[in-house]
Design a protein. Structure first.
Length: 437
């Protein structure tokens, strides 16, 4: 990986792209430290210090914003509205025929879906910004903080609208910065910004573990966490690269005096076909009952049960629910993102077949069978990786935002591998030696 970056910096046009990407990253990180109007920044910092890394319900969104959510800055919502909008559009593509038709139109249809994603991102940013401002005004953003109610001193309607507009504009700027990286930089812009947001929280989280440690001044705990992180990265790289290759043979056809086909290829089915999306879905779904309980008044029995069982990361009911939801969403997302019948029809149309399997419906049934078999280990792997923060919570006494959590490691490794592949492919295009030397 380091060799690829070194070679890229020696290539003038790639060096410009890398420097442009680094410049956008610097602008993004500066924006995460600019507070919005109407916020008492001193009170926010005091509450952040008192929280000591225990961010509760807002931990996932705060991680995706690079720590900007709890600072209530211009980029407080970060890339999360765009991620949510993209997932919603991807799910609606299966349900709404118009979106499915746009997806099949090629580049023009993809551009139209991207435009819909932008509109939905702005709408979600307005909704989430309003919720964040309301939470900050009520003091629920930092439960237990002595000055939580004074974070927003002026609770006039004009101030509230100004705060929501600033955060929505910040989300639009983040989306624009990501698209600039995609067009003029290296890699997928949204993925790069997500990578930076998560990686930015690592140093402070690791240093907090060192400060709270008791063995050799905390260095034993610090080294152990680093070792666990390296092992997890190696495991995630191994599984993310694993795939089941289904051989496909194309029959030779004679059209006039030319022959077509007769080639062999394969269909790569990844073990973790769903990526990190099942973990995000499961985390978001588990946040809903806890969020409802937090904003509901009174001390009803259902609220007490939720607070005791579904808000503590080390509770057996929470762990079991989290694991089962990840497994369910892994199968659900694979089912809607990979259509065996469509793949089988395309193979039949171009004269392709799997050796030993008849074309058409038997091919679709075989692909569905193989996909279900490899999704089981992929979903179990996702569930175990996502439970690492819980094991750290029990074993090391760490907070629930353990730096080497499942979601963060999966995203960082996935984006890192994809970016390195793009750099290597562009290097290969510029230094192609051909078949004959």
């Amino acid at each position: 990986m380091l060799t690829a970056f070194a070679r890229a910096f020696k290539t003038p046009d790639l060096r410009k792209k890398l420097l442009f990407t680094l410049g956008i990253i610097v602008v993004y990180r500066v924006g995460t430290h600019i507070p919005i109007p109407g916020v008492n920044y001193t009170a926010v910092q005091q509450c952040v210090d008192e929280a000591s890394g225990n961010q509760g319900l807002f931990g996932l969104v705060n991680m995706f914003s690079g720590g900007a959510l709890l600072q209530i800055t211009v980029f407080a919502l970060g890339i999360m509205p765009y991620i949510t909008a993209s997932i919603i559009l991807q799910l609606l593509t299966v349900v709404i025929p118009r979106l499915e038709a746009l997806k099949k139109e090629g580049q023009a249809g993809t551009a139209k879906i991207t435009q819909y994603t932008r509109y939905l991102t702005v709408a979600l940013a307005i909704l989430q910004g309003t919720g964040l401002v309301a939470t900050a005004r009520s003091g629920a953003l930092f439960s237990g903080c002595t000055v939580a109610s004074s974070i927003v001193p002026d609770q006039a309607i004009f101030t509230t609208i100004t705060m929501v507009v600033c955060m929505t504009a910040g989300t639009a700027v983040v989306m624009w910065l990501g698209e600039l990286i995609t067009d003029r930089g290296i890699g997928n812009g949204m993925s790069i910004l997500m990578f930076i947001s998560i990686a930015a929280t690592f140093p402070s989280a690791l240093w907090a573990i060192k400060k709270s440690g008791t063995l050799a001044g905390g260095w034993i705990e610090f080294g152990t966490v680093i070792l666990v992180g390296l092992v997890m990265v190696g495991l995630v790289v191994f599984v993310e690269q694993a795939q089941r290759r289904i051989p496909v043979q194309y029959a030779k056809r004679m059209i006039g005096r030319r022959s077509y086909g007769g080639t062999s290829t394969y269909i790569p089915l990844k073990v973790n076909q769903a990526g990190v999306i099942p973990v995000i879905f499961a985390s978001s779904l588990l946040y809903i009952p806890a969020l409802v309980a937090q904003f509901s008044g009174g001390n009803s029995s259902w609220k007490t049960w939720i607070e005791q069982n579904l808000t503590k990361g080390d509770h057996p009911i929470y762990i079991t629910s989290y694991f089962l939801l990840i497994v369910f969403f892994a199968f659900f997302y694979v089912a809607i993102s990979f259509n065996p019948e469509e793949v089988a029809d395309n193979m039949k149309k171009y004269g392709g077949f799997i050796p030993g399997i008849r074309a058409g419906r038997p091919t679709a049934e075989y692909l569905s069978y193989v996909l279900n078999r490899i999704t089981w280990p992929g979903s179990l792997y996702l569930g175990l990786i996502a439970l690492v923060p819980t094991m750290a919570l029990v074993g090391f006494g760490a907070n629930q935002n353990f730096p080497f959590g499942g979601t963060s490691i999966l995203i960082i490794v996935g984006v890192g591998l994809e970016t390195v592949k793009q750099i290597e492919s562009q290097l290969q295009q510029r230094n192609y030696e051909g078949f004959l030397r």
